[in-house]
Design a binder for this molecule. Structure first.
Ligand code: PEP
Length: 261
C-alpha cells in the first residue's frame, strides 16, 4: 500500500456564525501544527466557507475545508442550492450522504451517487458517509445496508477516480444528538470496517481497495479517539460534537499524530 494519510475531519454542522467560525479556526490554526501524513479538515456552514478559505490561504495553513452538503447539478434553476462547482477553489473535500442528510432531509442513495459523481467531476474529494440505523442493526440488516449504500454511492464514477474517494462509516445510532445515541464499542465497529474493505476488494480489486481511506465517526471524543484510530482498516475520524471545542479536537489531532508516528 502507498503511504495513506490519516484524516481528522471536523463537521461543525449548523453551528457558529461566520465571525465565530473565523475565530474558532484561528484558534485551531495556532494550536495545530502540521504533521506528515496527517490531513486535518473542517466542515463549517456553507456561508463561512469563502471567508475561512481566504483566512487559511492568507496564513498558509495546512488545514483544509470541506462542504457539508451541495447540489449534484453544476448550475441551474435550483433556488437555495449551492453546487460543488461553485465551491471549486474554496474546498478540497465534501461530505456526502451524512446520516442527518439521509434521515432528516430524505436524501436517497440515488442522490448520494449523483453528488459523489458531481464532486469527482469538479475535482473535489467526496467523504461518503454510510451507516446503519439502530433498527437495521437490531434486525440483522447491517451488512446489506452497508453494501448497498457503499456500492451504489460509487456506481456512477470511473475506476480511475476511486483514488479520490473517502468512505466514512458512521453507525447512525452512535452519532451524538440522536434519541438514544451511545459511542460504539470498537468490537461493534470492526466487523463493519472489515466488511467495507472486503466489499471494495471483492468488487473493484485489492489495489483500489487499498487506496480508499475508511474513516470512523460517531461520538468520537478525546478519550475514545485512540481506540478507533488504532483499529485495523481505520484511516481517520469524522467528528461532530467534539470538533466544536478546540481542546478535545486538538487532543484528537495529537492522538492521531501519535498513532501514525
Ligand atoms: C457526525 O455528525 O458525523 C458525527 C460523527 O457526530 P458526533 O461526533 O457528534 O457523534
Amino acid at each position: 500500500m502507498g503511504c495513506m494519510k490519516t484524516f481528522v475531519v471536523g463537521n461543525w454542522k449548523m453551528n457558529l456564525t461566520v465571525g465565530e467560525s473565523s475565530l474558532f479556526l484561528q484558534k485551531l490554526q495556532k494550536k495545530i501544527k502540521p504533521a506528515k501524513n496527517l490531513e486535518v479538515v473542517v466542515a463549517p456552514s456553507a456561508i463561512a466557507l469563502q471567508t475561512l478559505s481566504l483566512q487559511l490561504e492568507r496564513n498558509k495553513s495546512k488545514i483544509k475545508l470541506a462542504a457539508q452538503n451541495f447540489h449534484y447539478r453544476d448550475y441551474g434553476a435550483f433556488t437555495g442550492e449551492i453546487s460543488v462547482s461553485q465551491l471549486h477553489g474554496i474546498i478540497k473535500y465534501a461530505i456526502v450522504g451524512h446520516s442527518e442528510r439521509r434521515h432528516i432531509f430524505g436524501e436517497t442513495n440515488r442522490e448520494v451517487k449523483m453528488k459523489v459523481a458531481a464532486a469527482i467531476r469538479n475535482n473535489i474529494r467526496p467523504i461518503i458517509c454510510i451507516g446503519e440505523t439502530e433498527g437495521e442493526r437490531a434486525s440483522g440488516e447491517t451488512a446489506d445496508v452497508i453494501r448497498d449504500q457503499l456500492l451504489s454511492s460509487l456506481s456512477e464514477i470511473d475506476v480511475e477516480d476511486f483514488k479520490k474517494v473517502i468512505i466514512a462509516y458512521e453507525p447512525v445510532w452512535a452519532i451524538s444528538g440522536g434519541k438514544s445515541s451511545r459511542a460504539a464499542a470498537p468490537d461493534e465497529v470492526i466487523d463493519v470496517i472489515r466488511l467495507i474493505h472486503t466489499t471494495l476488494a471483492d468488487t473493484y480489486g485489492k489495489e483500489i481497495e487499498e487506496n480508499i481511506p475508511v474513516l470512523y465517526g460517531g461520538s468520537v471524543n478525546a478519550d475514545n479517539a485512540g481506540a478507533y484510530l488504532t483499529m485495523k482498516g481505520v484511516n481517520g475520524l469524522l467528528i461532530g460534537g467534539a470538533s466544536l471545542m478546540s481542546e478535545p479536537f486538538c487532543d484528537i489531532v495529537e492522538t492521531a499524530k501519535r498513532v501514525i508516528a
